[in-house]
Ligand binder design. Structure first.
Ligand code: AP5
Length: 218
């Protein structure tokens, strides 16, 4: 089954995707993570990407669709993908439909994480991750504690990393773009009858339990 995990910046898409990877052995396809890997390459493209991402704007659909097709066409991920941060607009959703059709797949479920706007800036500004295992924490809601909170022995040498686009100015722009370009996608998927709404104001564990119960009762 392919799932889209949907919601504004800071809703908990990455956090919940990592539980699905751990518990359901799904493949997480995060366009944000793929772009951040590209940023580290130091290529000419990476400089352009950094500028766009640090401003909170969307990267061009061509670049994104290319990244996505490489993964969708991978036989070992077939019908077992969580799309995290994609699609972000109607054009991307239509391209996704075409690509899935080409590789004989479909979207079975869209999990809409509903969160009040007022909490998002705090969730994003408090976000840190482990430099070794990449586990996400939050200085306000899920403190990183010591390395025993992480997932590998090597995390003893960890440092905590903040994303360069996690600052208040960029976040407000990301939220604006979400409302203008991404939120209208919900209607697109509601018409296909695949959307389930989740109260993502609840604790991380409660949200995970709600997702598990939806998956069990599908
Ligand atoms: P991307 O990396 O996709 O960022 P985003 O969509 O803005 O989402 P975030 O990663 O900020 O939030 P999240 O919902 O995953 O929350 P998380 O689980 O981390 O995109 C970054 C940029 O890349 C974009 O701005 C754009 O430029 C570009 N880009 C990416 N995809 C693109 C595309 N398809 N097209 C064009 N451009 C694209 O949680 C946040 C924090 O809250 C964490 O600290 C976590 O511990 C905490 N938390 C989570 N859940 C809870 C809870 N229930 N209670 C309390 N705290 C919680």
């Amino acid at each position: 089954m392919n799932i889209i995990i949907f919601g504004p910046p800071g809703a908990g898409k990455g956090t919940q995707s990592s539980f699905l990877v751990e518990n359901k052995k799904m493949y997480q396809l995060s366009t944000g993570d793929l772009l951040r890997i590209e940023l580290k390459s130091g290529s000419k493209l990476s400089k352009k990407l950094k500028e766009i991402m640090d401003s909170g704007k969307l990267v061009s659909d061509d670049i994104i669709n290319d990244l996505i097709e490489k993964k969708i066409s991978e036989p070992s991920f077939k019908n077992n993908i969580i799309f995290d941060g994609f699609p972000r607009n109607i054009d991307q959703a239509q391209s996704l439909d075409l690509m899935l059709k080409k590789y004989d797949q479909m979207i079975s479920l869209v999990l809409n994480l509903k969160v009040d706007k007022s909490i998002l800036v705090k969730r994003i500004s408090g976000r840190v991750s482990c430099s070794v295992c990449k586990k996400l924490f939050n200085e306000f809601f899920d403190p990183p504690g010591d390395a025993s909170q992480c997932t590998t022995k090597e995390c003893i040498n960890r440092h905590l990393v903040k994303r360069s686009d996690d600052n208040e100015g960029t976040v407000r722009n990301r939220l604006k773009i979400y409302e203008e370009s991404t939120l209208p996608l919900l209607k697109f998927y509601e018409m296909k009858g695949v959307v389930r709404h989740i109260d993502a104001m609840k604790s991380i564990n409660e949200v995970t339990n709600e997702i598990n119960s939806i998956l069990t009762n599908l």
